[in-house]
Design a protein around this ligand. Structure first.
Ligand SMILES: NC(=O)c1ccc[n+]([C@@H]2O[C@H](COP(=O)([O-])OP(=O)(O)OC[C@H]3O[C@@H](n4cnc5c(N)ncnc54)[C@H](OP(=O)(O)O)[C@@H]3O)[C@@H](O)[C@H]2O)c1
Length: 232
């Protein structure tokens, strides 16, 4: 059971399909003492590609108490008007760099900036939306170079974070979450051929249920919305 009791929560990327569904479900949870939202449109706002501003943003956020539950549901799949690359020939340096900035470097530097706001002792859960396609061992189809690589890089950094935090707070838990294939702005051009497409509500409801049942462990956990473990 990973959801802390009486938590103060932060949802990052709260304007997205999954981010807004997380906000909604957490707000309805009687254990939720406060909920702070961060997005490009909030005040302060944030831009994943501009990490130099993160320290000031973290200082301006004023949650009423130390955060014990954070969900970062930000991320992107298409960049510069281009969808994910299907072949080596389609690779563009600027697109690859942006994927890394937005899906890996931005999120980990945001974690670093938020550290003073996080609960330092006792149960603390940091959930970052990752993607199954970031699993190297599960990659059977290839393609989607930048998105896959950025999520794989993210996963490695989440594992490093979990191991580092657990040295001082053994009850800190880090989750790399695959939400399933979910209808959203990010996915809308790519889900037509998918057999099962979830609503953000279904995904978040199932993910929160799965997190209730999940056992704490050393290091980060890479799981899907049903709580099933995904190989790194
Ligand atoms: N949907 C799926 O099927 C699926 C599958 C696997 C993993 N995921 C992951 O789930 C997460 C949420 O995706 P979603 O489906 O909910 O997509 P979404 O509805 O498009 O939401 C994406 C969120 O990320 C924010 N964002 C994007 N680029 C940003 C930037 N440069 N700086 C700051 N914020 C930025 C968006 O802000 P704005 O509202 O300002 O644009 C929005 O809040 C992503 O990490 C994605 O990789 C989704």
């Amino acid at each position: 059971m990973l959801i802390p009791n009486d938590f103060h929560a932060l949802v990052i990327g709260a304007t997205g399909a999954l981010g807004s569904a997380f906000s909604k479900h957490l707000q309805l949870d009687p254990r939720c003492q406060s909920l702070t939202e961060l997005s490009r449109k909030s005040h302060p706002g944030f831009e994943l590609g501009s990490p130099d501003a993160f320290a000031d943003i973290a200082q301006s956020l004023k949650p009423p108490d130390a955060l014990s539950l954070v969900v970062d549901a930000s991320g992107a799949l298409s960049f510069l008007g281009r969808g994910p690359e299907k072949s080596l020939r389609a690779l563009e340096p600027a697109q690859l760099r942006l994927a890394m900035d937005v899906n890996a470097i931005g999120p980990i530097l945001l974690i670093r900036a938020l550290m003073p706001l996080l609960k330092q002792r006792g149960p603390m859960l940091y959930i970052k939306l990752s993607a199954r396609v970031g699993s190297i061992s599960d990659n059977q189809k290839g393609g989607w170079y930048g998105y896959r690589a950025s999520k794989a890089a993210l996963n490695m950094m989440l594992q490093c974070t979990a191991l580092e935090w657990q040295r001082t707070n053994p009850q800190a838990q880090v989750i790399a979450l695959q939400p399933g294939t979910v209808r959203s702005r990010l996915s809308m051009d790519f889900v037509q051929s998918m057999p099962t497409v979830l609503s953000a509500d279904e995904s978040v409801q199932n993910s929160l249920l799965a997190l209730e049942k999940l056992q704490a462990q050393a290091g980060a956990q890479f799981i899907d919305f049903r709580g099933e473990s995904i190989p790194w």
